[in-house]
Design a protein around this ligand. Sequence first.
Ligand code: DOR
Ligand code: ZN
Ligand code: ZN
Length: 358
Amino acid sequence: MSRLRFPGLIDAHVHLRDPGATHKEDWSSGTAAALAGGFTCVLAMPNTQPPLTDNTSLQTTLATAAANAHCDYGVYAGGTELNAAAVAALAPHTAGLKLYLNETYGQLRIEDLGALHAHMQAWPATRPLLCHAEGHNVPAAILLAMLAKRSVHICHVSRAAEIAVIRAAKARGLAVTCEVTPHHLLLTQADAAALSPGRAEVRPALNNAADQAALWEAVQSGVVDCIATDHAPHLPAEKDGPQPPPGFPGLETALALLLSAPTPRRLSQAQLVALLHTNPARIFGLPAQPDTWVEVDPQQKWEVRGADFLSRSKWSPFEGWQLTGRVHSVCLRGQLAFADGQLLAKPGSGRLAALPPV
Ligand code: DOR
Ligand code: ZN
Ligand code: ZN
């Protein structure tokens, strides 16, 4: 059967571990994994070590990315309790500001309401502001954004009550966008029980079947703007150790998992293009990538095996799943970047996405 052609997919939520924990992922391995999964642009989260919260850490990350990235990229700045005024100066060079309101991996959590309010007011309204917000923090983030007359993007929404609040806010005309992850769409606590406790650790946690159904309904009805992987690479030994860090790798399975979802959950190609390309491009103001496409073999059957990933995080919560549909080749700006399982793009061939002026 003939191949399906997609535009270059955009993942607005990935964690690379460079600098600080490159044994988990670096700019080369993470962007190679992106291409293998059909993503030609990734936006990288700031919870590195040190975190990307000032101009020094921004310049370090941009230099590393420029030398090593295989696909195009942008980087987010991270908010701390103290940097609301200073971090706003980084807006022209970053894809957005990330605020962590709930438990996460790393040091970037903000608990102080005054600091949150200050970030919402100080960050330019023309650049996205993203929140890891769960539970009551979802309406808190939306209200603070409204008071600042700005938009807010809620990351990895995972519960029915949260999506209900976002739906209501959108119905009111508030400038709220959101994403969901493949793992919250496809796994619940029941699946977590089949994984070892450490391997099931992820934030937001896996939830119940009613939450999962609400997420699918919100995807189908257009309340969800994007699917983003929240690719959070950790090593299998770390996940199996005494203090398992939260997070799942996701770049190399996301598209195939969605293509393999059984009806009635199967999304059309047009829906996938909206969720994985058009909507993230619009929300994050990303430039078009000319001569860029992804060809998928829709009939290819394969089994998820973390050991085969280009990511350094060689495991998956979907280990052993039998999928139908796989990325065959990726062309990035006129160059074949990935084909037949082989990475062809050179390190440093990825470009910093040119963003609109602040
Ligand atoms: O599970 C998670 N992993 N949730 C987060 O918020 C951070 C992420 C990571 O960086 O590993
Ligand atoms: Zn998060
Ligand atoms: Zn994340």
